[in-house]
Design a protein around this ligand. Structure first.
Ligand code: KG4
Ligand code: ZN
Length: 355
């Protein structure tokens, strides 16, 4: 059963054809990063406009690369929630018109369910129930995933998403956008214990997260260091004249490593706690921040102690894509779910709700 999956929830125009939920025949993504880069974050209005320009081309490319036509498809699936409303509407309008023209069933999909499904597409050994940590620019969610794609949401962020704080901290440090990979790379040569940034809600006893406190703390630290003239910019390092002249000197690399240590510590601690308390023997990591080297390493080490396995998908299934949407749509379609042409987009939407 071949399904076309479309995702335009944020700043990527994505379409993919997947057979039987797991066999990715094509996975085409047009990134808008260059458009948003100069603003240091995604500009919703620009995102919608770029989706409109790209959507037909991307869908056709996905079909061509999969070597199929609309006649070969059984379903058209599209992310209809949650996300930037204007951006979502482009994908939904496109999917609706294609479903109507080609007389195909339509299925609206929750973007987070797509992220959760991504690991299942590539890891045959993944068992249920498992704990899934979705961490991206827009989301931070800890979920218990049961057979039949039934979920129990354990917790999420009360303010900023994990990726969002990476992007903002990178902005304070003047490092560019998106900041996740830049900070991850800089952190490799920094000292993660140089500065003790707070770990909000680490010991709250629940599965909620809060990252805005870490972000603000880094911001004040950077501003203060700049004012005092002790901030050493990237690549300079703490070699002689600096350290000798002022013992308070701090490098951007140390700030990156210390910030990352705080974020990773909280994410790891709560994910492991969730696995322990539910008895799940697998933890999956998904979303753009799942690419983070320190998060992967830290979770792996901690999971070993509780005899659990850690999974993450390849990068093209970690970040936003249409394949994960077509994948979960396959399961939903088998469960009998269908949508009509009245399908609408929604900026919010829990994975616990059908709509
Ligand atoms: O899943 P994604 O591509 O888009 C959203 O749905 O948001 O995630 C993008 C986010 C950005 O915030 C980016 O900075 C972050 O993922 N990211 C990383 C890394 N690579 C990308 N964060 C930390 N470490 C990385 N290596
Ligand atoms: Zn996403």
């Amino acid at each position: 059963m071949k399904i076309l999956g479309i995702d335009t929830s944020c700043d990527e125009t994505a379409a993919s054809v997947v057979a039987n939920g797991r066999e990715v025949l094509s996975n085409v993504v047009a990134s808008q990063i260059e458009v948003h880069q100069e603003y240091g974050g995604v500009v919703p209005e620009l995102a919608s406009r770029k989706h409109i320009e790209a959507i037909n081309f991307i869908v056709n490319k996905a079909l061509a690369e999969a070597d199929v036509t609309f006649k070969d498809l059984e379903v058209i699936a599209v992310t209809n929630r949650p996300g930037l409303i204007g951006a979502l509407l482009v994908g939904v309008a496109s999917a609706k018109s294609l479903a109507y023209c080609h007389n195909l069933p339509l299925l609206g999909i929750n973007h987070i369910e797509g992220h959760i499904y991504a690991n299942y597409m590539v890891h045959d050994t993944l068992t249920f129930p498992h704990i899934c940590l979705t961490v991206s620019g827009g989301h931070t969610l800890l979920v218990e995933v049961h057979e039949g794609w039934q979920y129990k949401v354990l917790g999420g962020t009360q303010d900023d998403a994990a990726g969002e704080v990476y992007d903002k901290v990178a902005k304070y440090l003047g490092l560019g956008f998106p900041g996740g990979k830049i900070i991850d790379d800089l952190a490799q040569t920094g000292n993660p214990t140089a500065i003790k940034f707070p770990r909000p809600m680490r010991n709250s006893g629940d599965y909620q997260f809060s990252f805005s406190g870490i972000k603000t703390s880094v911001r004040y630290f950077v501003e203060k260091a700049r004012r005092a003239g002790v901030l050493v910019e990237v690549g300079v390092g703490l070699s002689s004249p600096y350290k000798d002249t002022n013992p308070n000197t701090v490098t951007v690399e140390d700030i990156a490593a210390s910030f990352q240590a705080a974020v990773v510590d909280v994410l790891t601690y709560k994910s492991i706690r969730a696995a322990k308390s539910t008895g799940a023997k697998a933890i999956t990591l998904t979303g753009g921040v799942a690419a983070n080297s320190q998060l992967r390493a830290s979770l792996k080490t901690a999971a070993m102690e509780i005899d659990a396995e850690v999974y993450y998908p390849p990068m093209n299934l970690c970040t936003d894509n249409g394949a994960m949407i077509a994948g979960i749509a396959y399961e939903k379609y088998k469960q009998g779910l269908r949508d009509g042409l009245s399908l609408n987009a929604a900026a919010n939407g829990s994975i616990m709700e059908r709509k």
